[in-house]
Design a protein. Sequence first.
Length: 290
Amino acid sequence: MHTLIADAFDAKLPERLAAFGTVSSDMATLGQAHVLLVRSKTKVDADLLAKAPALKLVIRGGVGMDNVDKKLCAEKGVKAMNTPRASSVAVAEMAMAFMVAIPARLIEAHTSMKEGKFLKSELKRTELFKKTLGLVGAGNIATEVAKRAQAFGMEVIAYDPYLKEHPIAKLVSLDELAAKSDVISLHLPLTDETRGMVNTAFLAKVKDGVVLINTGRGKCVVDADLAAALHSGKVRAYGTDVWPSDPPPADCPLLHAPNVFMAPHLGASSKENLGRIGDEVVAILQDFKA
């Protein structure tokens, strides 16, 4: 069995996968690959699949599968899987980093100090304690965020139409979540249902001065609509690790909107998480081989 590692994984993974057959990171071997490992960079689409006649299994290291054409894979007899549990802690910590840094004014404080300014009285902080966190999407990652938010003394509510109960958050309607939340954290896959979900209509329903955090998918947000809400002050700040593309286009409105705190899609890139992804990949291949 030949395994092709198309994107960045843990450096030790090729050695671990050698037990299953040959391993390569050279895309020139795509035609011989039985197993393809991707993260978010490589698109498993019609063009790629046409060049991979021997392919039997695609593993997406991470949660979202929007870069894998699952329907076409199924039509071609290629099994498509992901590693949904591995990234939960890493992405949850990224969401919490935004959640702590934004009201604490840490980024402005650091930047101003580097500029030789000492804005002790100018930078006013707010706390997370007794604030309401609204989770849009309440799966594995959101549940880890909820645990951490509880430790800060936050009330946690969530909207997820596919759940009847949640171990931590109180499930509410999307309208109720918008109206009550001081902080909204998005944990959505990209689907026809969620694409552009955060738009002018949704933003009109949120609390004035809400903080919005997105570690899910960039295309769940309509960039121009959110940028307008940031300019007007309806949304106090936006913390995002995800974009409509990696990297975002230079004319993306959010790159130039006020109070946007951004990272280049680092949420799942911790050293520890890459190791956990490797563990799940090995487990999948053990079952696949059997």
